[in-house]
Design a binder for this molecule. Structure first.
Ligand SMILES: [Zn+2]
Ligand SMILES: [Zn+2]
Length: 252
């Protein structure tokens, strides 16, 4: 008899219900699996696995497709929570397009997962992110507003993600990202990254400006509302239809 995904999750959950380790990274992050369920979505049939951080109580989820436990070369996308973008459809960033692109892509794969990390506004929280938006509205440039955004060092993010992958016994991953630095940082925490998968968004009326190189001004993207887009997912945007030169200019 074959073990179903759900049974595998149950086994993981029962095996180490009170998991506690020395933790990863500067903040000694340790997370444990606390619940899981099936999650049919408009992007495909997934499982959702809830993790709790036993230091600060923060909750994170893995949205998994297919048999990922103990698997190798699992396509993985790291997504940092963005309430304004993901849920409300804000156009100040492209988080929702990036999230949908990853769920769509992984939803069509045999296996893969999105790690949804509860680190709003690069870890400074929702209210502080909106304060930074407000500073931009008042005319601060991106650098100043980014400063206000706190530009959290990425370590914490990847420590949580790395621990989640370890908790799920993932042997190795193919990281969906346009930012090779993410691979280095995940590798530092002992995750075996075998490949990088470019992360490509579908063009739509909201991200069309990315395709117009004249909108790129020394790496800053100005949208149709005259607002600068911050790379909130630490991933420069690639929209289907971009030329090699455009992609090159974007990644500088
Ligand atoms: Zn741990
Ligand atoms: Zn966002």
């Amino acid at each position: 008899m074959t073990t179903t995904m759900h049974e595998k999750f149950e086994m993981l959950l029962e095996k180490d219900p009170k998991h506690e380790c020395d933790g990863l990274g500067r903040d000694k992050i340790c997370v444990r699996i606390v619940a899981m369920a099936e999650l049919p979505t408009r992007f495909g049939d997934f499982h959702i696995v809830a993790f709790e951080n036993n230091r600060d109580g923060k909750e994170h989820v893995a949205i998994t497709k297919g048999d990922v436990i103990g698997a190798s070369d699992v396509p993985v996308r790291l997504h940092s929570e963005c309430l304004t973008g993901d849920a409300i459809g804000s156009l100040r960033c492209d988080c929702r397009d990036q999230l949908e692109a990853s769920l769509k892509a992984i939803g069509q794969m045999e296996r893969g997962m999105v790690l949804y990390l509860r680190q709003e506004g690069r870890g400074i929280g929702l209210a502080n992110k909106i304060r930074a938006y407000s500073l931009q509205d008042d005319g601060l440039d991106t650098v100043e507003a980014n400063h206000a955004l706190g530009f959290r060092d990425d370590e914490r993010d990847y420590a949580v993600a790395a621990h989640m992958l370890m908790s799920l016994k993932v042997e190795s991953v193919q990281l969906m990202t346009n930012n090779p630095k993410k691979i280095d940082q995940l590798t530092q925490y002992g995750i075996n990254v075998t490949k990088r998968i470019p992360h490509i968004m579908e063009p739509n009326e909201h991200n069309r400006f990315y395709l117009e190189t004249k909108a790129a001004k020394s790496g800053h993207m100005i949208d149709f509302h005259g607002k600068e887009h911050l790379p909130e997912q630490s991933d420069f945007p690639i929209v289907a239809g971009m030329s090699e030169a455009q992609i090159g200019a974007m990644s500088e």
